[in-house]
Design a binder for this molecule. Structure first.
Ligand code: UFG
Length: 329
């Protein structure tokens, strides 16, 4: 049985779907503060899934999961706050939840003898890029508490491996995009900040705001590496296999090695929607680096992971999911 924390959230739920489709037994632990029960209900139709509502900040909540499920082989850990701007305004919330919460999880794993974890890390651990594309040797100098909270967990995991033999794979995501190809689940943030859903949700009353057109890039807008969520979910399955085969603690960038500008993404969304999308050009958003692109060679070589879905596929699936989501909220 695989324990998935944060399995009711965006990347978590797509990974749970992939695990269930591989015939794995899954237990999701989620506080439902940001995740949604409707997502769990959709996933329950696909296989052997147990759900436990709980919070990692409460040690007994997570100990309880291990106490009543003695067959947990490994953990995939998504549960975290992930909004960069919020983390700058409220670092306490980020360090308490993302670091202390993870410590509770790791300590419970040690107590119950579970020694394999796949951790959802981020490109935000690198900070302002020194060179591009970014490989895993790039300096890790986060410029916000969100990135720092994830880096701290990476460091703790190194020490827990050396001292206790707890093996981890840290997956550093670039920009995640898209939804399940059958629109059963998708990205669902009550307050959306991400580019693609914001473009797709735009109306004449709530126009899409393009943050900054004066960057030193191909067309003046920021360039990001959009990695499809199903490809990303698949990388978690590969990481689990890697650990199961005795793989050492490791870390991988997950991206496509190619970037698209905000203007390119906007044009692709208009094409998918087949309509003009209302747009306002605004000032830069604080803290956005001009270009973030992943060198994904290591994940390709070591995990034998090959992302196959392109940006158009991600936008198409995201759009189909948006239509479903509109009927749910
Ligand atoms: N953007 C807009 N308008 C919007 C939303 C975004 O113009 O309404 C622009 C942003 O300014 C940025 C690009 O679109 O240039 C991508 O923005 P996102 O918010 O979609 O993604 P980020 O690159 O800011 O953040 C992502 C993850 C974070 C992670 C970060 C790593 O969502 O969790 O990458 O740097 F920390």
């Amino acid at each position: 049985m695989i324990l998935v924390t944060g399995g009711a959230g965006y990347v978590g739920s797509h990974t749970v779907m992939a695990l269930l489709e591989c015939g794995k037994e899954v237990i999701v632990f989620d506080s439902l503060e940001l995740g949604h029960m409707e997502i769990i209900d959709a996933l329950k139709k696909l296989g052997n899934l147990k759900f436990v509502k709980g919070n990692l900040k409460t040690l007994d909540d997570i100990r309880g999961v291990f106490l009543s499920n003695k067959n947990i082989e490994a953990v995939i850990h998504f549960a975290a706050y992930s909004r960069v701007e919020e983390s700058v305004k409220n670092p306490q919330k980020y360090y308490y939840n993302n670091v202390y919460g993870t410590l509770n999880l790791l300590n419970a794993m040690l107590e119950f003898g579970v020694n394999k974890i796949v951790f959802s890390s981020t490109a935000a651990t690198y900070g302002e890029p020194v060179y591009t594309p970014i490989d895993e040797k790039h300096p890790q100098q986060p410029i916000n508490p969100y990135g720092m909270s994830k880096l701290m967990v990476e460091k703790i995991m190194d020490d827990y491996d050396k001292a206790y033999g707890l093996k981890s794979v840290r997956l550093r995501y670039f920009n995640v995009a898209g939804a399940d190809s059958s629109a059963r689940i998708g990205e669902w943030h009550d307050e959306e900040t991400h580019l693609i859903p914001n473009i797709l949700k735009a109306t004449s009353d709530k126009t899409f705001k393009m943050f900054g057109t004066d960057y030193n890039t191909v067309d003046g807008t920021c360039v990001r590496d959009y990695i499809n969520v199903e490809d990303l979910a698949n990388a978690h399955i590969k990481a689990l296999d890697y650990l199961n085969k005795g793989g050492e603690t490791n870390y991988f960038n997950l991206g496509t090695k190619s970037g698209n500008s905000v203007k390119e993404v906007f044009a692709a969304c208009e094409k998918v929607k087949g309509a003009h999308i209302p747009l306002d050009v605004c000032a830069r958003r604080a803290g956005d680096p001009a270009i973030l692109v992943a060198d994904n060679s290591r994940a390709k070589e070591v995990l034998n992971w090959n992302p196959k879905n392109d940006l158009n596929y991600s936008i198409n699936t995201a759009y189909e999911w948006e239509k479903v989501l509109e009927t749910m909220v």
